[in-house]
Design a protein around this ligand. Sequence first.
Ligand SMILES: CNc1ncnc2c1ncn2[C@@H]1O[C@H](COP(=O)(O)O)[C@@H](O)[C@H]1O
Ligand SMILES: [Zn+2]
Length: 350
Amino acid sequence: MDNEDEDFYRKLPKVELHAHLNGSVSGQTVEKLIGRKPQLNVEHSMTAIGKGQRRTLDECFQVFKAIHQLVDSEEDILMVAKDVIREFAADGVRYLELRSTPREEKNTGLTKRRYIETVITAIQQCKNEGVDIDVRLLVAIDRRNGTEVAMETVKLAEEFLVSSDGLVLGLDMSGDPKVGHAKDLLPALQRAKNSGLKLSLHLSEVPEQLEESGILLNLPPDRIGHGTFLHPEVGGSQSLVDKVLKNNIPLELCLTSNIKGKTVPCYSKHHFKYWYQLGHPIVICTDDKGVFCTDLSQEYQLAASTFGLSHQAVWKLSEKAIDCIFASETVKKQLKQKWTDVASGIAVTH
Ligand SMILES: CNc1ncnc2c1ncn2[C@@H]1O[C@H](COP(=O)(O)O)[C@@H](O)[C@H]1O
Ligand SMILES: [Zn+2]
């Protein structure tokens, strides 16, 4: 990428809708965390997958374990969340929906409620410091933890939906896709939907989950994470695709994450192409910018160079992402105005 091109992607105002807090921790922040907890003997190689490296999805989940060991107190979460927010802002992200799984840590007295409150505090502090980004939170359900924990998480999220002044907007369902079955989580997800929480669900991130994806699509969710194996060409089905199209459910696409996690063989085979050609709403996201050593500017640039998108097409893609956010119509309007203001400042070439 030449400097001028790099400048375009950095300056492009962007919307990030699929970012796991603990997967977004940068090397610099990991450095600080290791300094706080040298006794854990965690090394950088355990918390990130560097350039040119690939791991299996299973190995990616080992990486999250190491990060979770490093981030286990209110103090850590506050620092991590503030650093992540500032980094997204510095990369030109102007609206961010962070997602994170509330954890309880006996050692440090951390509770799930305090976990969420601390992320909210980080968002508010960044706002007060004038960081140029609008940040919201999705509370995550780790599918591994089963029915009861899912229901407990939904109840907690419902409380914050009411009390957080619009900062908590919805739920994410994530975690190792090979563990557990979404069927067990349906009552919790259904309840969440009924109480007005928006749903973004990891769906068909791995092959052969047609039954599960079908059940989840019937909810239907408000957005889909990955959806790598939904379409027939990769072992999905036309009926799954039809459900997505009929309900016009946007897909959150994370190119580097899928390549490094080995669910997609190479950038040119990414399912971005399939959905983009259909003209379906898609949003380019990072998933875990720290773990996968990327940022949103780079992901846009990779999509453009792989699929031959002009600057104008890239601009459109980033602007259309605004329609997929979970915040209100008023926020969407404000963001669209912001995009227009920036457009008049930089030349969008063809
Ligand atoms: C690579 N693809 C992925 N697929 C599924 N779940 C993922 C994920 N990447 C991250 N997570 C989910 O996010 C957690 C880390 O952030 P938080 O502690 O919640 O902030 C992971 O433990 C996993 O549950
Ligand atoms: Zn994800």
